[in-house]
Design a binder for this molecule. Structure first.
Ligand SMILES: Nc1ncnc2c1ncn2[C@@H]1O[C@H](COP(=O)(O)OP(=O)(O)OP(=O)(O)O)[C@@H](O)[C@H]1O
Length: 259
């Protein structure tokens, strides 16, 4: 069977800020239906990579090639809601035109567990965590082909973040072919949700490992998640060889680790 064309191909030979090299060796393909996580320590360049993938920063050595006609929806760490619109209106505006004004916005705000009495409030009237949830509702409402998610669940309490992870995965099932690039420093999130995990490390950062957990996303629990996290951590300790990374303990089938 021929390989599906990627929805997005990003190759970064080098990205500099003010003469300082931040990224030097990142290449990724995101295919339909895939959750690809980009993990790495704070400040290593994950958000920068997402801006490049979104086509919002073109000042780098490399290429960013989206498939023709696809709808890419970026989701930033800071919720960029329109301050003069209610939460509900912010979400409504993101819906496909045929679905606007029909209560779908409320459905998405319910899905991210925002109480009904907050739906009509302006962003400045609700907490930052509530703004983040409204922004997530807006991103999901936008009906994209590829969501670029920068720490979408950061600072939410653990139980809520777990439920919203389930919501994101459920959306992947509902909206066949939807793909996500998930930037996160939360290794549990990556190990739970991703089909492919790219591990960034070093200064400037480069991809030091690509991990394909053997158990399908959403079905990994306990020891399987812990084993994937150990693989990421082993890969991040940059001096070890690929063989050592592959030899980290695993629950059943060995994960595929390539460099
Ligand atoms: N516009 C900019 N101008 C100059 N330096 C920048 C700019 N944006 C980011 N940087 C620097 O690039 C580096 C990577 O930042 P980036 O935000 O991409 O990291 P990150 O991995 O997403 O971090 P975090 O996990 O803390 O969000 C940091 O050293 C940051 O200070």
């Amino acid at each position: 069977m021929p390989m599906a064309e990627p929805l997005l191909r990003l190759t970064v030979d080098e990205k500099r800020f003010a003469g300082t090299s931040i990224l030097a060796g990142l290449d990724l393909d995101i295919t339909q239906g895939e959750v690809l996580a980009l993990v790495g320590p704070s400040g290593c360049g994950k958000s920068t990579a997402l801006m490049l993938a979104a086509g919002l920063d073109r000042d780098f050595d490399g290429t960013c090639t989206p498939a023709p006609g696809i709808r890419i929806v970026p989701h930033f760490q800071e919720p960029s809601l329109l301050p003069w619109r209610s939460l509900s209106d912010n979400v409504d505006m993101a819906l496909p035109p045929a679905e606007r004004g029909r209560g779908q916005a409320r459905r998405w705000l319910d899905a991210v567990e925002l109480p009904r009495d907050s739906h009509g409030q302006f962003p400045s009237q609700v907490s930052l965590g509530m703004q983040r949830r409204a922004a997530l509702a807006r991103t999901l409402a936008a009906d994209g082909d590829l969501l670029l998610l920068d720490e979408p669940l950061v600072s939410l309490d653990a139980a809520l973040a777990d439920r919203l992870r389930v919501l994101l995965l459920r959306r992947m099932v509902e909206r066949q072919g939807l793909a996500m690039l998930l930037v996160t420093h939360d290794l549990t999130e990556a190990a739970t949700m991703a089909d492919t995990i790219l591990v960034l490390a070093g200064h400037p950062a480069r991809v030091v490992a690509r991990i394909h957990p053997p158990v399908p996303r959403g079905q990994r629990h306990g020891e399987q998640v812990a084993a994937t996290i150990r693989h990421i951590q082993v890969a991040q300790s940059s001096t070890i060889s690929p063989d050592e990374a592959a030899a980290a303990p695993h629950p059943s089938a060995p994960e595929k680790v390539s460099r």
